[in-house]
Write a protein that binds this ligand. Structure first.
Ligand SMILES: *Cc1c(COP(=O)(O)O)cnc(C)c1O
Length: 509
């Protein structure tokens, strides 16, 4: 069961065309209410069987085993599950998710992890090697993104940063920094202005930190609309956002214009390069047309770049960078009155896995500029092949002008039923909405021989099957258009709670 299936099921509960007030009234009628409850029960059962396939096969530990299990036995069971699950991404059927995945690289990272598994940078005095690794990850990343890290005591013009647990934490930390800086300027409810394509982490951050967020619809080329953005700015705007590229469509926003706009207004500008930070610099060197997006633009005041995506580190690290130490100071968490001692951390976490920083550092220095450039070359060439193949399939079109995240949709077939057929062929792609579509984020997994051809052939097939299923019928955008077409957001909300609850609901016997 995917999120998309979930949406479709919930839409099916009440019919997509029903108006919200009517649904609300209808829900209060016992008959309709019972019908909806019955549907949710069925939905819960379906989710359970697809999200928890092991409940019936393996012992569930609802409490600690009385006696510990043999280590060999535990490992053996895990190896068996890995064999079942991992072939899908290993063979290149998955969009994004695992960005490198070559066995020798993975083995190397695992060995590095093992050497450092007990370290915790919260105790920087115990493990100064992790301090070295983290500061060098920040410096290497900043250098790659058009900036030099300068020492804290120097001028405030330099770029600095910290290692975080992932793109979401990088973004949330940056937003916190801008909020706390705004508070000093007595802006009570600071507002973020972001293109509709910006990552949902900005919404999460705004929600958590009591800020406003204004979404500006992207243009027909899926890029941020500079003029509309200008109009959206108010006195409370403290941060403007652009993506390089954005997650949904893989399109790079006009960072130069947006960051200049921010500079004119004296507000912050964050380039979210979570996805592109470790690919665009090499694409540029390879001669691809990459518009400026990094610290070489004077208006860019912060950036996020995910080492655990195209930096090819293990999951659990990312970098956030700032122009000037003032922003980083606002990001830090400092509590001086705690009986447990003066407590201060660079990020949200307390204890942190030093081994992940070590693994990230080892990935970066073992791959080097030559390795990253070669990886980027392979990915970009494969992506061009995939894009070209998609463009030759009648009935679907590529969104915008992407490099390696290729989004597509259709005015003729129902794209989400195309996705269903792709899933039957083992593919795991990302579903998009507003407009309905799908994307494949090309990784090193797809550069294996035959993968791109297989993708295009399967997609061509899936489009044909989908157009035969609904011959002459308009695409069922209403049904598959997801949240947009839902009569009532609360029904979706409840479905999402159910989905997340299912992840934690262990079957008791
Ligand atoms: C992946 C991604 C994020 C969030 O990163 P996580 O590591 O999943 O938290 C943010 N922005 C963009 C553009 C991304 O691609």
């Amino acid at each position: 069961m995917t999120i998309k299936d979930l949406y479709v099921r919930i839409a099916g509960l009440v019919g997509p065309k029903v108006l919200s007030p009517f649904v609300r009234a209808a829900e209060r009628m016992p008959f309709v209410g019972r019908m909806i409850e019955k549907e949710y029960e069925q939905l819960a059962l379906d989710m359970r069987s697809s999200l928890r396939p092991y409940d019936d096969r393996l012992v569930s530990y609802t409490s600690l085993p009385e006696r510990g299990r043999a280590r060999d036995e535990v490992l053996e069971e895990m190896e068996r599950l890995r064999e079942e699950e991992d072939s899908r991404w290993e063979e290149g059927f998955v969009s994004g998710a695992v960005y490198h995945g070559d066995p020798e690289h993975v083995d190397f990272l695992n060995r590095v992890y093992a050497v450092n598994s007990q370290t915790n940078p919260l105790h920087s005095d115990l493990w100064p090697r992790v301090v070295k690794y983290e500061s060098e990850i920040v410096s290497m990343t900043a250098d790659m993104l058009g900036a030099r890290v300068v020492e804290s005591r120097g001028s405030d013009g330099g770029v600095c940063g910290v290692v975080t647990s992932g793109g979401t934490e990088s973004i949330m930390l940056a937003v916190k920094a801008y909020r706390d800086r705004a508070r000093k300027k007595r802006i009570r409810r600071p507002v973020i202005v972001a293109p509709s394509s910006a990552h949902a982490a900005f919404d999460k951050a705004a929600e958590c930190f009591g800020m406003g967020i204004e979404h500006v619809p992207v243009g027909p080329d899926f890029k941020a609309d500079v003029e509309a953005t200008r109009r959206a700015l108010t006195r409370d705007t403290v941060l403007l956002v652009g993506s390089a590229p954005g997650f949904p469509h893989g399109v790079i926003d006009p960072i130069e214009e947006l960051s200049e706009l921010a500079r004119e207004r004296g507000i912050g500008f964050h380039t979210d390069a979570c996805l592109g930070g470790f690919l665009l610099p090499w694409a540029e060197e390879l001669g691809y047309d990459v518009p400026p997006f990094d610290f070489r633009l004077p208006g860019v005041t912060s950036m996020s770049a995910d080492t655990h995506k195209f930096g090819y580190a293990a999951k659990g690290t990312s970098v956030v960078l700032y122009r000037g130490h003032d922003l980083r100071h606002h990001q830090y968490c400092k509590y001086t009155e705690w009986p447990g001692g003066v407590y201060f951390t660079p990020t949200f976490a307390g204890s942190r896995p030093g081994a992940l920083a070590a693994t990230c550092w080892a990935a970066m220095v073992s791959i080097g500029r030559d390795g990253y450039t070669e990886a980027a070359r392979r990915i970009l060439e494969t992506a061009a092949e995939i894009r070209d193949g998609i463009e030759r399939i009648p009935g679907i079109r590529v969104f915008g002008d992407p490099l390696w995240v290729i989004a597509f949709g259709s005015d003729e077939v129902d794209i989400h039923s195309v996705l269903d057929h792709m899933t039957e062929k083992r593919w795991n792609l990302n579903a998009l909405q507003f407009p309905p579509g799908a994307h494949i984020c090309v990784t090193l997994r797809h550069t294996q021989p035959g993968v791109a051809e297989r993708f295009v052939a399967d997609l061509r097939d899936a489009v044909q099957v989908a157009s035969r299923t609904f011959p002459g019928e308009k695409p069922k955008v209403a049904l598959y258009g997801m949240a947009a077409s839902f009569p009532d957001k609360r029904l979706v909300d409840r479905g999402l709670d159910l989905y997340l609850d299912t992840l934690y609901d262990i079957k008791r016997r």
